[in-house]
Write a protein that binds this ligand. Structure first.
Ligand SMILES: Nc1ncnc2c1ncn2[C@@H]1O[C@H](COP(=O)(O)OP(=O)(O)OP(=O)(O)O)[C@@H](O)[C@H]1O
Ligand SMILES: [Mg+2]
Length: 268
């Protein structure tokens, strides 16, 4: 069974806000085929990328890197069915005929301003009879938001709001987790703690993670594979074979990092 993202589906309002997509397939692989996105602008049209194809293995951690404006968020938004592609398809595939659930951590967290943190999380569980407030609190504790359960988004810092967005995506226990620069507004100490937490969750729960960052060190620390987007195409696909946990100061890490930088600058 596959879920084709370009097909229309009935999304709920909660899905749209929180980036939760339900399809008719099980967890795992993502197949992107011949994807093209052209935006109509006042000056004419802008082709963000053209004829892009790649596959993501079930349970893998894959990161997309590229310069600002290269189309990373556009790609994630098409994969999670927030945007329609101009051409091409996205299919999800699994081993059972279950539903596939996608959690999307957006680049800006898209919280409902009239809801508290806990209510923003409850919102995506409105059709889940098993949901209890404990679940929201458990995930908020995980990202260090214990003091902030009942605050409104306007009462939080940018980094705290971003963490509510991360909590909301994790709380639906998605099979595929899509994350758009989730740690870029956080201080380095919090970001590093969350990276470790994310790797822990990923290793324990076997989710597929498709992650976006500008930060090459972060990409190497986290990923099995790095896709490089630029010039409207994926121009490199680099496997990262370093053992985990990864020491960003080790000689091997710095060697891989230099290699990634050289490859990244091959076209950008
Ligand atoms: N809704 C839209 N209408 C028109 N053009 C758009 C729209 N959304 C994005 N674009 C354009 O598409 C290009 C890619 O944007 P996108 O947000 O995907 O980049 P990005 O790689 O995520 O950048 P950043 O690293 O700054 O977040 C940009 O040139 C942007 O101006
Ligand atoms: Mg972006």
């Amino acid at each position: 069974m596959v879920f084709v993202a370009s097909e229309t589906r009935q999304a709920t309002d909660a899905d749209d806000v929180a980036g939760v997509s339900h399809g008719t397939s099980a967890a795992g692989a993502i197949h992107v085929r011949n994807l093209t996105k052209v935006f109509d602008t006042e000056e004419g049209t802008e082709t963000v990328f053209e004829d892009v194809s790649f596959d993501i293995e079930p349970g893998s951690f894959v990161t997309l890197i590229g310069r600002s404006g290269s189309g990373k968020s556009t790609m994630l938004n098409i994969i999670s069915n927030v945007l329609e592609p101009t051409a091409g398809t996205v299919e999800f595939e699994g081993t059972q005929n279950d539903e596939v659930t996608l959690g999307h951590v957006f680049q800006s967290p898209r919280l409902l301003p009239w809801n508290t943190c806990v209510q923003n999380i409850e919102y995506v569980h409105e059709n889940n009879p098993e949901y209890t407030r404990d679940l929201a609190e458990e995930y908020m504790d995980l990202v260090g938001l214990t003091e902030h359960y009942d605050k409104y988004p306007s009462q939080l810092s940018g980094g705290q709001r971003q963490r509510v967005g991360i909590t909301r995506a994790l709380s639906i226990d998605p099979e595929i987790l899509i994350m758009d620069e989730p740690f870029s507004n956080l201080d380095e100490i919090t970001a590093e703690a969350l990276r470790e937490e994310l790797i822990d969750i990923w290793q324990k729960l076997g989710k597929t993670v498709f992650f976006v960052t500008h930060d090459i060190t972060e990409a190497i620390e986290l990923s099995d594979r790095i896709l490089m987007l630029g010039d409207g195409r994926i121009f490199d696909d680099m496997s990262i074979d370093l053992e985990r946990p990864r020491d960003v100061d080790s000689e091997e890490f710095l060697k891989v990092r230099q290699d990634a930088i050289n490859r990244f600058h091959a076209i950008t």
